[in-house]
Design a protein around this ligand. Structure first.
Ligand SMILES: C[S@@+](CC[C@H](N)C(=O)[O-])C[C@H]1O[C@@H](n2cnc3c(N)ncnc32)[C@H](O)[C@@H]1O
Length: 278
């Protein structure tokens, strides 16, 4: 599969107006950037199926210790990075291709006074620039759908995670070769989409030097998650002030509708894989 052009990924995710939309949402909650909490922001800054509760379910399996240095690959706005720093007392580095997410994410870290333990930076998961064995652990949530070169991706992650370190992956994986309904949250069309099957992920992880500890299909939370989003958008009051519609843009409703179809028809599933670097 041909790798996806970086500019295509960045233009898909960037709107140029995200931080203002989040500020407006905070004001609509009756809060300010000084009083907003990590929990208030979770509905917008955890850009994956199941949001914060899915992060907790995944990260709880990593065995993180206080002061561990954790890499959040494709960190987006950094919601998962902040959850890890806040709940597990870790130091976190996040890397992401989309500059708008990085600048908004670092701004939010300042609001929440987590900027001393979290640094988000622009970069490519395929060539992170970090040192060999630098991290105690790494996570990657809903990112691999934009990266065709899974073998190179996991080789780079294996390079920067120390032996014995944990890798937690939570990605949308394909279950068959039927075409998807587009747009989806990570791509406007098939050119922006690099889905792989669970066995392709496992092969790439094993080849990179990870052992697979466990995996889990999270389809049941996906159906519930998108149904709730669809219902709240259709309700009289509309979507809540802070939510994923702010990052998904004007075609958010179409993306949600297509995801219900793609998941219910069994073409794709959100899958967790927990691995350890040998
Ligand atoms: C659906 S978002 C998930 C963001 C975040 N992990 C979360 O769960 O909130 C996918 C993210 O992957 C990033 N991404 C895609 N390809 C990437 C690459 N090659 N290197 C780094 N980040 C990438 C995008 O910029 C986007 O922020």
């Amino acid at each position: 599969m041909k790798n996806i052009d970086n500019d295509k990924v960045v233009s898909h995710y960037g709107s140029g107006e995200l931080i203002e939309a989040i500020r407006d949402g905070i004001a609509a909650l009756g809060k300010s950037t000084g009083s907003v909490t990590i929990d208030d922001l979770a509905p917008v800054d955890e850009f994956h199926i199941g949001g914060r509760s899915a992060s907790r379910a995944l990260i709880d399996q990593m065995g993180l210790m206080a002061d561990d240095l954790v890499l959040d690959i494709g960190c987006g706005l950094g919601g998962t990075s902040r959850f890890i720093a806040n709940n597990y007392d870790c130091v976190v580095r996040g890397i992401d291709l989309t500059p708008e997410f990085i600048s908004a994410g670092n701004e939010i870290c300042k609001w929440l006074k987590l900027d001393d333990v979290i640094r988000l930076q622009k970069g490519n998961a395929l060539n992170t620039g970090f040192d060999d064995d630098e991290f105690d652990a790494a996570c990657m949530l809903h990112v691999g759908m934009n990266i065709a070169e899974k073998t190179s991706l996991f080789a780079e992650i294996a390079r920067v995670v120390r032996p014995g370190g944990c890798l937690a992956v939570y990605d949308i994986m394909k279950r068959d070769d039927q075409p998807l309904q587009y747009p989806v949250p990570w791509a406007s069309d098939s050119q922006g989409c690099a889905l792989a099957s669970q066995s392709q992920y496992r092969d790439a992880m094993l080849a990179a030097g990870f052992e697979i500890l466990k995996s889990r299909d999270r389809t049941e939370i996906a159906i519930d998650f998108f149904a709730k989003m669809k219902n709240s958008a259709a309700s009289e009051s509309g979507p809540p002030p802070i939510g994923l519609h702010l990052v998904m843009g004007a075609d958010a409703a179409a993306k949600v509708g297509n995801m219900i179809d793609n998941v219910v028809s069994g073409r794709i599933a959100p899958i967790e894989i927990i691995a350890r670097k040998l």
